[in-house]
Design a protein around this ligand. Structure first.
Ligand SMILES: Cc1cc2nc3c(=O)[nH]c(=O)nc-3n(C[C@H](O)[C@H](O)[C@H](O)COP(=O)(O)O)c2cc1C
Length: 217
């Protein structure tokens, strides 16, 4: 039986995942979430109580933690406005085997979890503990390390903050421009290592969006 350890989870390290849940009405939702292993059967997420993921976990008492190295999927899950026409839908999901939550079919691993407890960190965030019910993996082969992959993921993560920081206070606006500089550095890595690729398409689209955010701020 596959364990969290087999998937690379180690105590004290945050793993970036895509967490999928059903709303009360049965619509699927997916969002990037950082997951930490607590013990071989338990994981923890520090989660915003305002997020749909948290609300869905509270109502359905479960979720699926998906491990995926598909940059386009990560892009659409992280930058919801890039998910034009809600392309992360129907066909990509099926119901988990043991939980009432959707699993991402093409993920390299699905970790089906049930809600155990939550402890508030402050008024906005809470720490939820989830119990591992089942782990499903695909038999995909190891992948070579690609700098463009990491650069794309880091650029997307920065972009999730840039939009709101551009319309924030003076300090945040300054930080937004620093982050935009970093995104441009990541673009150079992608241009150098994977010029005609899905990574190049994503970074171009991201930079185009950032330019629009700058104009509309
Ligand atoms: C790489 C990455 C990791 C994230 N980790 C968390 C997290 O651990 N907890 C959290 O509440 N939000 C996290 N977020 C932010 C949520 O994904 C974001 O708030 C999202 O809009 C929530 O979507 P939802 O309302 O559909 O749940 C993360 C975002 C990114 C890009």
């Amino acid at each position: 039986m596959i364990s969290l350890e087999n998937l690379g989870f180690k105590q004290g390290i945050i793993f970036e995942t895509l967490v999928s849940t059903y709303t009360k009405q049965g619509h699927q939702n997916i969002a990037p979430m950082g997951v930490i292993k607590v013990n071989p059967k338990k994981i923890m997420i520090k989660i915003y109580k305002s997020s749909n993921t948290y609300k869905n976990i509270k109502s359905k008492k479960c979720a699926v933690v998906n491990l995926s190295s598909d940059p386009a999927l990560f892009y659409k899950a992280a930058i919801k406005e890039a998910n034009i026409g809600n392309k992360i839908v129907g066909d990509l999901f099926e119901k988990g085997d043991l939980v009432d939550a959707p699993r991402l079919k093409e993920a390299e691993a699905n970790i089906e979890v049930s809600f155990l407890s939550s402890t508030d960190i402050d008024s906005e965030k809470t720490e939820i503990i989830l119990e591992v019910k089942k782990i499903k993996t695909t038999s995909c082969l190891p992948k070579g390390y690609c700098r463009a992959f990491s650069a794309t993921i880091e650029a997307i993560i920065l972009a999730t903050r840039i939009k709101s920081y551009l319309i924030g206070n003076q300090l945040q606006q300054k930080q937004a421009y620093e982050m935009i500089k970093k995104v441009r550095c990541f673009k150079e890595i992608i241009k150098h290592t994977a010029p005609k690729s899905e990574y190049a398409d994503i970074i171009s689209d991201l930079i185009r969006r950032i330019e629009i955010w700058k104009i509309n701020k």
